[in-house]
Design a protein around this ligand. Structure first.
Ligand code: EPZ
Length: 416
């Protein structure tokens, strides 16, 4: 089990390049299943989840060549229409092969993802959407078995905003017969990035980024090239770390236009932010002010940034209220922060954090991806040494995080 040992107290200074977005790369890798021609991707981040997705596609017969951040995929000879449990259980995003397999091959056998640390995470909206398009679906022995001669376009209303639900059904619709309209669709930038890749492959999609997406099915898609968008959550994570620790950092290859809500909250905390093209500079020379948060679907405050801001709030000036409206159990980091001396009370989906002047280093344990990032930020500001255990969670979603933080002046090292 890998751990990270962090000596707190250093400010963060310097430049950090933002990697490609995990939550755009994962659906876009699955889009390769929609054509027999090659899909050429750039800026694909080197993450454990991306590695798992690559293995999942290869065991289906997708040919994949990779050099650095460039990945070329070709699904000319798919000989297995299955996503087995042992791969799906470690990465729920594997559910994203369902739509492409059913719409191109007429059949799929995908393991139910099961829950995870932050919530039960059902996939009923994915299944109901495919059934509405004419797929016959049986759930047996923990697997989703879907079949369809040819999916038919229809109107689908999401009674909950679902990011991968929107992505799965958008991919299912690109080869369906007729027009599909997704209503109450997710507006996340990663949905837009997927739509742009699909359009480059010949799909006909309008409205991606709004809550109503219209897809007109075509006979087949062709190969294309696409560069994965920058990771807005990695960007936000580094900006919060510098706001908590103090310093002067510049993100490169970043996009500020998809971080409005996060930048607004950092400004409220007292950070000075300057944006110039694809760089974001943040200066922080004071103790942060506590900021209230309420997570909600994009463009509201992202749930994937909630834990990171909570780390900052534990040592901010004042008291903050954090309301988590997306997942039912996304406060796993609170217990661990309390071990560092944080003063946090939880009432249902609301946490009240009373900022204290100083956290004390201790040994703590990561429980999920963004909670791990939260604990690393807390370690950067705690007095003395903090050891974060089970950081395999962190490696799922952050490319070389300790190298990037060390380059900014953090005292952090990986221990076996
Ligand atoms: C995506 O997960 C992201 N993952 C998550 O990022 C992110 O936290 C989440 O969207 C919300 O923004 C990827 O894109 C790979 P949802 P997803 O479907 O699509 C309920 C990270 O840290 N729901 O938008 O699985 C669900 O339980 C990860 O990078 C249903 O009830 O989330 C949740 O309460 C964590 N039925 C809410 O909707 C369904 O069929 C939103 O979930 C689907 C979802």
């Amino acid at each position: 089990m890998h751990k990270l040992a962090i000596q707190g107290g250093n400010r963060l200074n310097g430049e950090v390049r933002i990697s490609g977005a995990k939550n755009a790369a994962l659906p876009i890798l699955c889009a390769s299943l929609l054509t027999r021609e090659s899909l050429r991707l750039d800026n694909v981040p080197e993450l454990n989840d991306v590695g798992t997705m690559r293995k999942l596609l290869q065991q289906m017969g997708v040919k994949i060549e990779q050099s650095g951040g460039q990945v070329v995929l070709s699904a000319a000879n798919i000989d297995k229409l299955e996503a087995p449990y042992d791969m799906v259980k470690t990465m729920r995003a594997a559910i994203l092969v369902l739509g492409p397999l059913v719409t191109r091959f007429g059949e799929a056998l995908v393991s139910l993802p099961g829950g995870c640390a932050i919530g039960s995470r059902p996939v009923d909206l994915h299944i109901r959407g495919l059934q509405a398009m004419g797929a016959e679906i049986h759930i047996e022995h923990g697997y989703i078995h879907a079949r369809a001669k040819r999916l038919k376009g229809t109107r689908i209303f999401f009674d909950l905003v679902s990011v991968t639900g929107t992505e799965n059904l958008m991919m299912a619709a690109v080869l369906a017969d007729g027009v599909t309209v997704l209503e109450n669709a997710a507006r996340e930038p990663e949905v837009v990035d997927l739509a742009q890749c699909l359009i480059a492959m010949g799909a006909r999609i309008e409205g991606a980024g709004s809550d109503t997406i219209s897809i007109t099915g075509v006979e087949k898609l062709h190969g294309a090239s696409h560069r994965i968008m920058p990771d807005r959550i990695e960007s936000g994570t580094f900006l919060v770390a510098a706001t908590a620790a103090g310093g002067d950092i510049t993100l490169t290859d970043a996009r500020a236009d998809i971080l409005d809500n996060v930048l607004e909250k950092l400004h409220e905390a007292g950070a000075v932010i300057q944006v110039a093209g694809s760089t974001i500079n943040l200066k922080m020379n004071r103790r942060p002010r506590a900021v209230n948060l309420r997570t909600a679907p994009y463009p509201a405050f992202p749930t994937d940034m909630q834990a990171q801001f909570m780390a900052m709030n534990t040592m901010a000036e004042g008291t903050a209220m954090v309301v988590e409206t997306i997942f039912e159990n996304r406060f796993m980091h609170v217990q661990e922060l309390r071990r560092l001396g944080a003063q946090i009370d939880i009432e249902g989906n609301t946490a009240v954090i009373k900022g204290c002047a100083q956290l004390e280093g201790a040994t703590i344990m990561a429980t999920d991806l963004r909670a791990s990032a939260c604990l690393v930020i807390a370690g950067l500001v705690a007095q003395g040494e903090t050891v974060v255990d089970r950081i395999y969670h962190l490696d799922r979603g952050y490319e070389h995080i300790e190298a990037k933080l060390s380059a900014l002046g953090a005292r952090i090292r990986r221990m076996k």
